[in-house]
Design a protein around this ligand. Structure first.
Ligand SMILES: Nc1nc2c(c(=O)[nH]1)N=C([C@H](O)[C@H](O)COP(=O)(O)OP(=O)(O)OP(=O)(O)O)CN2
Ligand SMILES: [Zn+2]
Length: 148
């Protein structure tokens, strides 16, 4: 019988949906927990006092039940609004270290940018939905954070 080995139509289905946005920002890798000499040694060219810029690409993924009535894990239009509020308004065309208070004491590595986005995204999304923040800092450097 067709579909006999498949999940029943009433079973709960879990889906992952993602939205990708890009933002441009500049920063300098410099830790307040290291001396100037150590900063130079650890971060090299990325410790340049006048900073440098990136076109970051961020992928926000949510995981959840595919609602039987709406057919959605969540409405991607709502996810777009959350990304605007949490990522685009505070970070796009900003100096991360000077314009974003969080990075006054936290070094603006892409790992920490991902943590910043995660911590703020969980505040605006329905509970338990956020699954992953993936950031392409360059075409070659990619960071994933899952809230662990
Ligand atoms: N663990 C991390 N390491 C580094 C980070 C980071 O956020 N986390 N960031 C940097 C610099 O900010 C910058 O991203 C490095 O840029 P660059 O070396 O130019 O990037 P690419 O490797 O993609 O460029 P190449 O063409 O290979 O030079 C450094 N480390
Ligand atoms: Zn950088």
């Amino acid at each position: 019988m067709a579909g006999s080995s498949a999940q029943s139509s009433t079973a709960e289905r879990i889906g992952y949906i993602s939205r990708i946005e890009s933002f441009s920002a500049c920063h300098r890798l410099h830790s307040i927990h290291l001396s100037d000499e150590e900063n130079k040694k650890v971060y090299g060219k990325c410790n340049n006092p006048n900073g440098h810029g990136h076109n970051y690409k961020v992928e926000v993924t949510v995981r959840g039940k595919i609602d039987a009535k709406t057919g959605m894990v969540m409405n991607l239009t709502d996810l777009k609004k959350c990304i605007e509020e949490v990522i685009m308004i505070p970070l796009d065309h900003k100096n991360l270290d000077k314009d974003v208070p969080y990075f006054t004491t936290v070094v603006s590595t892409t790992e920490n940018v991902a943590v910043y986005i995660w911590d703020n995204m969980v505040k605006v999304l329905p509970p338990g939905l956020l699954y992953e923040i993936k950031i392409h800092e360059t075409d070659k450097n990619v960071v994933v954070y899952r809230g662990e």
